[in-house]
Design a protein around this ligand. Sequence first.
Ligand code: C2E
Ligand code: CA
Ligand code: CA
Length: 648
Amino acid sequence: MKSPKEYSEAKKYQIKRQRQKLSIKLYVIMLILVTIGAIPTVLNNPHIGKKEGIIYLLVVFSADIIIFTVLYIGYRLENKLLLVDIFLFSVIMIIYIIAVTTSPRLKIFNIVIWMPLLIMFVYAIKRTLITIAFLLIHLGVTIYYLLTFPTYDYTINQGNYSAIISVTLILFIAMDRLVRLHNNYENTILDDYETLQSNNMELTALNEEYYASQEELMHQYDEIQYLAYHDSLTGLYNRKGFTNKLASHLSLETGGVIILIDIVRFNELNNVFGFEMGDKALKASAENIQLLTKDYIVAARMGNDVFALLTKPMDSDEAIIKLIRSLSQKVILDDIEIKLIYSYGIVPFDSESKNAEDLIKKAEITLFKAKSQDERHPYYIYDHSLQKDTEYHIRLSYALDESLINHDLHMHFQPIYQTKSKSVVGFEALARWNHEEFGFISPLTFIGIAENSMTIHYMGKYFRNYLATTIKDLDLLNLNPGLRMTINVSSKELAKLDFSDKVIHQFQTEEIPISMIGLEITESALIGNIDLALKHLTALKEAGFSIYLDDFGTGFSSLNYLDKLPIDVLKIDKTFIDQLHGNKRKQDLLLGIVKLAKVLAIKTVAEGVETEEEYNLVLDMGIDYIQGYYFSKPLPADQIPQLLKKSD
Ligand code: C2E
Ligand code: CA
Ligand code: CA
């Protein structure tokens, strides 16, 4: 494909060539006519002898040939068309002036016949009317001179007249034809040019349209890019955006520092003051973090209440600590001044660091470590003791995904007994992972790892499926129709909008009664988004699941939830049970809770009962059920039937 410019250049060249050919034709015809005209004039001149006449004619012929040659060479040169015309005109004029002045007997005659023809010719190329006008003037002048200057004493015979008239007529017709031809030709050229022009315009318009749509696309693309890489609440980069920026920073090999910043007890703030307040705290934190140092490269909100800052390398740990201490913690929210407390996970890295994901994981582990310390030391700077942990952690998370894909994760089942009768009323299904290289990994560890990524959602589904399959394989419904099988739900799962729909659908397709299944939800899972939790729990309850509130007594233990949420069973945590012995206050507190639960028709389970002493305490308090090593550890599935038979 030729570009419009190339096309018009080619067309222009073609037009020029054709015009050159036409001009040459015109000149040649011109010269032939002039020569023909010269023959009778010269030969009939009584003052010129035949010999002299022939010499004159030969001069004319040679002039023709010279002119034609110059003309041809001239037209081979490009871009010089007009110059060649003018040049030839001048040359011819000079030749004739010389001819006229050196040969008095021919002068007037020559001037009147040849000169106007030449002048006329130059114009003839362009204009018909001027051509005709010149022809007429020429004719008039010729006749006038011939009749009124008898001093040039040679008689004008019929031959002269006929020559003049015939030459003029022939010229007239030829010239007219040529000019028409030329005009036609010029029109076609013009037409061509116009089409070309309009094509060009169309092309330009198309081009413009194309660029406009291109621009719009780019704009949309930018917008999508922006949304994909930014946090809508704070306007900071999101985790993905941060990872990208970090990756491109790593390629510079200059080193730097990653600081992860977590708002301490953010969930509590959200809970006490509401989400609007939570959002304000997040926005204020985002602003403060950006003001922390002018040397930062990226500021991001990595998730819920965790922010990240990537800065240039810093001289020392002291400099970093000084920097984070300068973070303004005061936030004014609706006239209430709140002092936010932050935890910091700090990872200085050198030019050797290559992998952004791994660095972020390191930072998360460092932050985790920082959060586990007391509030007076809210930061942790990554060191080599953490290095091992990190590598281990990263390898573990890869191994976990692999095990999940290969169905290498299992469940054990811990029986739950009725306190008084000591008969088995159900089992809690507990996740188990025994990896060939890493050995037995606590569910607290690997669930935590899974919760750091999307893995938790696949894992949750996998274990629920595991439970359903176990119930069917062991025919538990027939062994004990009243059995309750419970399974734990991660807070991350509960935070997903379609969680209840998915779980209901999953169990509806398994052929087991949903009423047999209990879902254990921890208090901390409810704190994140109580409205969504309520929605899920209500839907699950309606579908027939029992709801267990797990780990009661470890967190905030708000009795609020008990009547707000559709809870069937309260599981009192092991740590609470552990503290009972010899602690009258705790015992009274628990007694109060148990009584309240009874009023609300909520059953109670004591977790982690290990001794007879504890058992008796729990029995005295009227706690309905017991789960603990005192009776049984979690068991592999195949031991369930045997246990149920024994319990009967
Ligand atoms: P949890 O839900 O509180 O589960 C009870 C834990 O206490 C189990 O630990 C159980 O083995 C342990 N336990 C029961 N009785 C006693 C006792 O008398 N003494 C002691 N020392 N421990 C006792 P496990 O199996 O290690 O599970 C730990 C946690 O991991 C669970 O705490 C639960 O939060 C989580 N988890 C386990 N399986 C799953 C699962 O399938 N999904 C989710 N999301 N979390 C799970
Ligand atoms: Ca549990
Ligand atoms: Ca528990």
